[in-house]
Design a protein around this ligand. Structure first.
Ligand code: 0O2
Length: 209
């Protein structure tokens, strides 16, 4: 699925504006990251990654939604043209980061989906936020959406593997592999929790000494 020539030019321009919004939010997040690493004992951020959706991927998503493949529909219906992934050491850091994001006056939160407390049937765990960032260009202000996915290293490990499996089987993963992925996702959640308990014990020992 592809954009026709005229629409392709429009979508390339649109993607550029989303890239500016992504850059703006990445800068704000890197300041939070630096603040924690310089002034606090622990940091809820392990690392941050940005990704832009390609025109082909936007076209495919519009097609899947039974919408015409044009830039106007992309702007109206695709909220994750710009994406940011924040990887946290522990699941409790996800909650802390969500609180920080909610408190940021210049980041408008449009939607939140908690797939950590409510995992998808696939086993997928992550906290999703659709945010809106004001961007000033060509003499006007525009609110641009950026999707944030916040998850632990372990959740990210699972998600990357599952994404590769899904790609390999073109979305039709055999049932036995689906079942195995759900088992792995549950084990990863348990591992996340047990590692967190070890971290808490070490923190208590450090406090006492
Ligand atoms: P990409 O290449 O990562 O951008 P949508 O799934 O976007 O059509 P929905 O359900 O409202 O619509 O969005 P949701 O559930 O918030 O999911 C959006 C993104 O979350 C996906 O984007 C994936 O990145 C990720 N995601 C959601 N479910 C799963 C899952 O079961 N496994 C994995 N590995 N990732 C998932 P895209 O556009 O699918 O892909």
């Amino acid at each position: 699925m592809r954009f026709e020539q005229g629409e392709f030019v429009k979508i390339k321009r649109l993607i550029l504006v989303y890239e500016w919004a992504q850059k703006t939010l990445l800068t704000k997040l890197s300041i939070i990251n630096e603040e924690f690493s310089h002034f606090h004992d622990t940091n809820p951020i392990s690392y941050i990654k940005g990704r832009m959706k390609s025109p082909e991927s936007i076209a495919q998503k519009l097609h899947n939604l039974h919408l015409d493949v044009n830039a106007e529909n992309a702007k109206q219906y695709i909220k994750d043209i710009a994406g940011i992934r924040i990887i946290c050491p522990f699941a409790k850091d996800i909650t802390q980061l969500v609180e920080i994001l909610r408190s940021m006056k210049d980041v408008n939160i449009l939607e939140e989906k908690d797939y950590v407390r409510n995992p998808k049937p696939s086993g997928y765990r992550s906290y999703h936020i659709i945010s809106e960032i004001p961007i000033f260009y060509a003499g006007k202000a525009e609110n641009v959406t950026v999707e944030l996915q916040i998850r632990t290293e372990a959740m990210n490990f699972w998600s990357t593997l599952e994404h590769n499996v899904r790609y390999k089987y073109k979305n039709h993963i055999p049932q036995h592999l689906c079942d195995e992925l759900v088992v792995c996702a549950d084990k990863i959640a348990e591992l996340d929790y047990r590692m967190f308990l070890i971290h808490e014990i070490i923190s208590l020992i450090n406090k006492d000494s």
